[in-house]
Design a protein around this ligand. Structure first.
Ligand code: NAG
Ligand code: NAG
Ligand code: NAG
Ligand code: NAG
Ligand code: NAG
Ligand code: NAG
Ligand code: NAG
Ligand code: ZN
Length: 578
């Protein structure tokens, strides 16, 4: 009996000793934990083993547990942050966009940069039997000229059949995913929400081959379908077949816990399909007065309520696209009608570009996170004169209300919407803080010319920490994974990035330079998946380098995907001029 107890005791001590021995200690870095106390450790240390953080603290705090097997990495004073989270991106579409080649087969479909609308040539219209007699489908609009002939422009749900007919552009999901992941890890994104996902084997294939370099949450979605029973069945099917269950530090997986639905369209002219409380303005002899267009509703409120019941009923969350103030209000009204508060993952508004002042506080009271794209708060082609005039100055002054939602107690979360814009984490963070772009960055509309330089409006920007929290720990609160990822704390996953410059230090980096930063090292569950600095151990650099698929990398074109459509102006796209 005694012997047994002794053995057990020793075993336990042995386990404990093994568990506390760090495999790796990162030392001599400025470490921002983004924990609830906003702990910062200058010349600090963080250690981990088996993909999980063991210790975070001041100089010596973690290294004291090192054994002769522990690797010590001197960060040379660089900045350590939690891995970044993007709670609304389209990685497969982005991968395709970066790999695409002009396909000369006719008919031709062009997808608008807002991803909502398409343009078909005559052959395309013919293939879909779209004529002057074709009526608008629910939630969609078929562009017609003054004589009633289809112009080729198909908006919102009307674009669905054209997309279905257009096929897969000859790029496999796997190649697109590899391309998408390449850019994500270079920018330090370790977890993302794939915001309009269809079931694919790509993530499983990559996980099997140890090439999955981000944790992928997927919001299942069908563009333009109001068959909620079918959507619920398909979403549940995807969850059952593809969801990897609890997150594991050293094994990034895929998770299917949300359904994406489009409550409205987009704000900018010429689309004007986002739903508004008061109509888009029209030009009445040089005065701008409300016209008749309230935008294009994706559904009625009763239908949306039905969607809530069905999706929450199968224990999935709703990731709801709404850009206009009436679209946002429709969600909040239906949410209120449910007579309950929600857990963060259950109901989220994606984009929320325009929110009625009366509704700002409802995000907090109902427990509905806002997933917003910071970079849209810069002067940009989509805020061109027609867009500004048709919204009018009162509404323009309150677009992209990051601080408005946050200061009313709401949960503000970042989502890039990549590839609607190029993925550029630090540019987005910069715009969140300053509400202006960066003329030196070709991913910023400010690089197009002086008319795009300066603040979009006079709204208060986010603090640096608020902006960063939206891209880290608040995003994991939304995904209900904050116990595992999003901040650097003992027991959480070693999803860690090291950046060249200190985003949070106003003395080191002035506001104007906030977007100029580079991710030097990305660790996913302690595994180096991206490295680009001389102080990084050589075998880590080699491990990260081995992930690069040279065939894909050669085809990758991360440039030239920023929309340059300026109404009435000449546009340049690579060497082509339009
Ligand atoms: C390492 O972590 C995995 C899950 O991430 C776990 O199954 C395993 O037991 C851990 N190993 C040790 C030695 O802690
Ligand atoms: C820590 O990094 C700084 C660079 O910021 C360097 O000057 C210093 O020598 C490093 N300290 C140690 C102990 O390596
Ligand atoms: C278009 O109409 C033709 C005949 O009118 C029919 O055979 C074809 O299936 C239709 N195509 C589509 C895409 O509806
Ligand atoms: C469920 O998934 C299987 C396998 O992917 C597929 O064959 C089936 O059609 C799916 N059912 C629904 C309702 O989506
Ligand atoms: C508004 O309409 C007037 C004619 O009523 C026209 O002269 C003016 O150019 C229009 N303004 C814009 C911005 O389209
Ligand atoms: C919410 O409460 C109101 C008033 O009590 C009731 O009429 C309504 O049916 C309830 N809605 C739901 C979804 O339970
Ligand atoms: C790697 O770092 C060098 C500077 O040390 C920089 O010029 C280069 O652009 C970086 N590569 C990438 C892909 O970020
Ligand atoms: Zn999107």
């Amino acid at each position: 009996m005694k012997t047994l107890l002794l053995t057990l005791g020793l075993g336990a001590i042995g386990c404990l000793a093994q568990a506390t021995a760090p495999e790796t200690v990162l030392t001599n870095g400025t470490i921002y934990s983004l924990d609830s106390k906003s702990s910062v450790f200058r010349r600090g240390e963080v250690s981990f083993a088996n993909g999980t953080i063991l210790c975070i603290g001041a100089e010596g705090a973690c290294a004291k547990d090192a054994t002769d097997k522990t690797r010590i990495v001197n960060l040379q004073g660089k900045t350590v942050l939690p891995g970044l989270i993007d709670a609304h991106a389209h990685p497969i579409d982005a991968g395709r966009a970066m790999l695409d080649r002009l396909n000369t087969n006719r008919p031709v479909m062009l997808i608008a940069t807002n991803q909502h609308n398409v343009w078909l040539n005559t052959r395309g219209l013919r293939a879909l039997n779209i004529t002057s007699a074709t009526a608008n489908p629910p939630g969609g609009r078929i562009g017609k000229d003054a004589n009633g002939f289809p112009t080729g422009v198909l908006e919102e749900n009307a674009a669905g059949p054209a997309r279905a007919l257009s096929g897969d552009r000859g790029i496999t999901d796997l190649d697109a995913a590899i391309a998408g992941l390449t850019v994500l890890r270079q920018q330090g994104f370790t977890t993302i929400l794939n915001a309009l996902a269809t079931p694919t084997r790509a993530w499983k294939t990559l996980a099997r081959d140890n090439r999955l370099t981000a944790r992928i949450f997927n919001a299942f979605g069908v563009f333009g379908s109001l068959d909620f029973d079918a959507i619920a069945a398909q979403a549940r099917n995807a969850t059952q077949q593809l969801d990897d269950g609890a997150m594991v530090a050293s094994r990034p997986g895929e998770f299917w816990r949300h359904v994406k639905f489009f409550v409205d369209g987009v704000l900018p002219a010429v689309s004007q399909s986002a739903m508004l409380v008061t109509p888009y303005l029209v030009n009445n002899s040089n005065t701008w007065v409300p016209g008749t267009n309230f935008g294009i509703p994706g559904s009625t409120s009763a239908q949306l309520e039905d969607l809530f019941t069905k999706i929450l009923g199968i224990n999935q969350g709703l990731h709801l696209h709404a850009c206009g103030d009436a679209g946002v209000r429709q969600i909040l009204t239906v949410a209120a009608r449910m007579n309950r508060t929600f857990t963060p993952s259950q109901v989220a508004v994606a984009h929320a570009e325009l929110v009625h002042p009366d509704d700002l506080a409802k995000f907090a009271t109902l427990g509905v996170p806002a997933v917003m794209s910071y970079q849209w708060a810069q002067k940009a082609t989509y805020w061109n004169e027609p867009s500004r005039l048709t919204l009018g100055p009162e509404r323009m002054a309150r677009t992209e209300p990051h601080t408005g939602i946050l200061s009313a107690g709401g949960l503000l979360v970042y989502g890039s919407d990549w590839p609607v814009d190029p993925l550029d984490a630090f540019l987005a963070l910069k715009v969140g803080v300053t509400r202006s772009g960066d003329a030196s960055n070709r991913n910023s509309h400010s690089s197009f010319g002086p008319q795009f330089v300066g603040r979009l409006d006079t709204q208060t920007g986010l603090t640096r920490e608020q902006a960063l929290r939206g891209m880290t720990v608040s995003a994991t609160t939304y995904l209900e994974q904050e116990k595992l990822v999003g901040s650097l704390e003992k027991g959480k996953f070693a999803d860690i990035i090291v950046t060249d410059r200190d985003f949070l230090d106003a003395r080191a980096v002035p506001d104007e330079e906030l977007g100029r930063n580079r991710v030097l090292l990305t660790l996913l569950g302690g595994r180096p998946v991206w490295a680009n600095a001389t102080w990084v151990p050589q075998d880590w650099t080699a491990t990260a380098k081995a992930l690069e698929d040279t065939a894909i990398a050669q085809r990758l074109n991360t440039r030239n995907i920023l929309p340059r459509s300026i109404s009435g102006r000449q546009c340049q796209h690579g060497s082509h001029e339009y």
